[in-house]
Design a protein around this ligand. Structure first.
Ligand SMILES: Cc1cc2nc3c(=O)[nH]c(=O)nc-3n(C[C@H](O)[C@H](O)[C@H](O)COP(=O)(O)O)c2cc1C
Length: 255
């Protein structure tokens, strides 16, 4: 086995004495959000307040009921439900440092929030099947590519053939833009990024339970296929975690 355990160790924190990050050099902070065309036809989502009203369960019950769910029905997801899940996982609730840093519903090391959320919508009321990106600041969806891409089949193929992935009414894929974290933490960004994306997916689990939906964290996937599917370069932007969501057909444990 390789010496991978070294990556579990902090490299230079807390002193960061041997490292001069771009932030320390006074370079400009990277953009909070990946840019998108000014004339893009964005899709409005139900408001944050409407999203909150989607929860039908106490936090304690959502925690107690949470499990990985891989058996999805063919039913549609309401747009309000999808918006609730997006809000729960990346929703922006404010800005600090002259609008250069966001405060969100999940924590992120240094508040850098280096993730972009892609949604492959297969059965969502009011959304044409296709790939979208969630614009957390605007709380809107940016349409990317349409149905012709056969997304459910390609997602399952990219997820090492795991059939439940393509069967979701929608599939969340989180991609990291590493420079946002590197700007602040340099070589210590790896743990920071991986731990932060775990918080996002945990909120997805709990929000799904609260809305009568289900999900399953998925890290078994083939990198190049997922890069191609999202249309990202796999270096400046790297998909690293995915999770199908849908209405579930069984409450039996599916570990
Ligand atoms: C980081 C991570 C990666 C996972 N990747 C997969 C996966 O690729 N395929 C899968 O079927 N389940 C995956 N799971 C789900 C776990 O198998 C599941 O959480 C575990 O079996 C315990 O079941 P529970 O979530 O119902 O408690 C993953 C979970 C985590 C936290």
């Amino acid at each position: 086995m390789s010496d991978y355990r070294k990556y579990l160790r902090n490299q230079t924190l807390p002193g960061m004495s041997e490292m001069e990050t771009d932030m320390m050099k006074g370079l400009p902070i990277p953009a909070i959000e990946k840019p998108f065309p000014e004339d893009a036809a964005l899709i409005d989502l139900p408001s944050h307040e409407e999203c909150r009203a989607t929860s039908r369960m106490s936090l304690a019950d959502a925690i107690a009921n949470r499990q990985s769910r891989r058996l999805f029905s063919d039913e549609m997801l309401e747009l309000r439900e999808l918006a609730f899940l997006l809000w729960a996982t990346q929703g922006v609730r404010g800005f600090i440092r002259n609008g250069l840093v966001t405060l969100r519903n999940v924590p992120s090391g240094g508040g850098m929030h280096p993730f972009e959320t892609y949604v492959s919508a297969h059965r969502v009321d009011g959304l044409a099947p296709g790939l979208y990106r969630y614009l957390a600041i605007e709380h809107k969806l940016l349409p990317l590519f349409g149905e012709r891409l056969d997304l459910p089949r390609r997602l399952t193929a990219a997820a090492n053939g795991q059939p439940y992935v393509g069967k979701g009414a929608a599939v969340f894929v989180w991609a990291v833009r590493p420079y946002r974290t590197e700007y602040r933490y340099g070589d210590d960004s790896l743990k920071d990024i991986l731990i932060s994306v775990g918080h996002i997916c945990q909120n997805l689990y709990l929000a799904c339970e609260a809305a009568g939906l289900g999900t399953c964290a998925t890290v078994a996937y083939e990198q190049d296929q997922l890069d191609r599917l999202l249309g990202v370069d796999g270096y400046d932007e790297i998909p690293l975690y995915l999770a199908p969501v849908g209405r579930v057909t069984s409450d039996a444990p599916q570990p």
